[in-house]
Ligand binder design. Structure first.
Ligand code: PLP
Length: 360
């Protein structure tokens, strides 16, 4: 099987498995005061420092939690009852968690948040929080965060950025982002599922999410998962963005070949993640393509298959005004640390063959 669904989850790196196994062999509860407890605390704080350093954050700005979904829920629910602006292309964990006073910020046809619309919305009274993702999980489009942050500052709204898909693919710089909160998760770039963090700017008093213990500065109770957190830190240490440059050049060749065969690649006029291609094969549903590629030994997904295999229309492509039938013929190819040039060449050939066979 050739795995090209890194935006859903990436294969765990062997070094991460080793780091986790080492932890799992010990009884590690960072709240205990004995030798093992102190060892757990040491590993926890080492991981916090390591991850924080990779994204220009202070260690005490990172609050570990169980998933990107949890971090997004936390950030969005912190302002329940007040007006929140979320981009129409956000991950469902932001869209669903946004309180009832949510207003969607429209997208441009390229998949970028519409800055003029955002400013107009910010001019209305009482906007407490804006949530815009760093990069989109379906199209890979990277959002103009500097401009979004400047607008939030101008209108004194809090800013949350879901950076889950940016981590490991492009530089993620919390200090430079100008956000009050940022969501990160380890499993899209070689870490384990179940280790994530909400990065919270020093000085922003985010209310606690889970009560019942003093962990994570009393803001997220529950025994910390030292094995998963250590694996997360190891994965962050191993990130080499040069891998991504190579991957982008291979995907560029693949996209050119697909376009020459009638494929439609989305978001090409916007900055995009180096590992992601969202491409339609007009005339064949994404679902049929997915099954065909699976039989041929390739794991890819439809844009929205992030939501546990559920295949439904993409709200992201809909927000970009992509016609419904074209959107339904889109699939997402996403590579990562283990992807080779040969994988991409073989997939390009498979795409060509599928197209020939399914479209008469
Ligand atoms: N945000 C984005 C943009 C994602 O793509 C995902 C997962 O696909 C999440 C949040 C949720 O992260 P997790 O799987 O850690 O809950």
């Amino acid at each position: 099987m050739i795995y090209l669904d890194y935006n859903a989850t990436a294969p765990v790196r062997p070094e991460v498995v080793a780091a986790m196994q080492e932890c799992l062999a010990l009884p590690l509860n960072a709240s205990s005061v004995h030798t093992f407890g102190r060892e757990a605390k040491k590993r926890l704080e080492y991981a916090r420092k390591t991850i924080a350093e990779t994204m220009s954050a202070w260690p005490n700005e990172l609050i570990f939690c169980g998933s990107g979904t949890e971090a997004n829920n936390w950030a969005l629910r912190a302002v329940t009852g007040r007006r929140v602006l979320v981009s129409a292309m956000e991950h469902s964990s932001v869209l669903a968690a946004a309180p009832e006073h949510k207003i969607l910020i429209p997208s441009t046809a390229e998949g970028l948040v519409d800055l003029a619309a955002l400013e107009a919305l910010l001019q209305t009274d009482g906007v407490a929080l804006v949530s815009v993702m760093l990069a989109n999980n379906e199209t890979g489009v990277i959002q103009p965060m500097a401009e979004v942050a400047a607008l939030c500052r101008k209108y004194e709204a809090l800013l949350h950025c879901d950076a889950v898909q940016g981590v490991g693919k492009i530089p993620v710089d919390f200090g430079g982002l100008g956000a009050d909160m940022m969501t990160i998760s380890g499993h899209k770039s070689g870490g384990p599922v179940g280790a994530a963090a909400l990065v919270v700017r020093r000085g922003y008093a985010l209310p606690a999410f889970l009560l019942g213990g003093g962990q994570e500065s009393r803001r997220r109770a529950g025994t910390e998962n030292i094995a998963a957190i250590s694996g997360f830190a190891k994965a962050m240490e191993l990130i080499d963005l040069n891998d991504m440059k190579r991957l982008r050049s291979w995907l560029a060749v693949m996209e050119q070949a697909m376009e020459a065969m009638g494929g439609v690649v989305f978001g090409t006029s916007a900055p995009r993640l180096p590992n992601t291609t969202c491409v339609a094969m007009p005339g064949t549903s994404g679902e049929v393509q997915l099954m065909d590629f699976d039989l041929k030994g390739f794991a890819v997904s439809t844009g929205s298959a992030c939501s546990s295999g559920r295949i439904e229309g993409s709200h992201v492509l809909a927000a970009m005004n992509v016609p419904k039938n074209l959107a339904e013929s889109a699939i997402r190819i996403s590579g990562g640390w283990k992807t080779t040039e040969e994988d991409i060449i073989l997939f390009t050939q498979a795409w060509r063959n599928t197209r020939k066979r399914l479209i008469k």
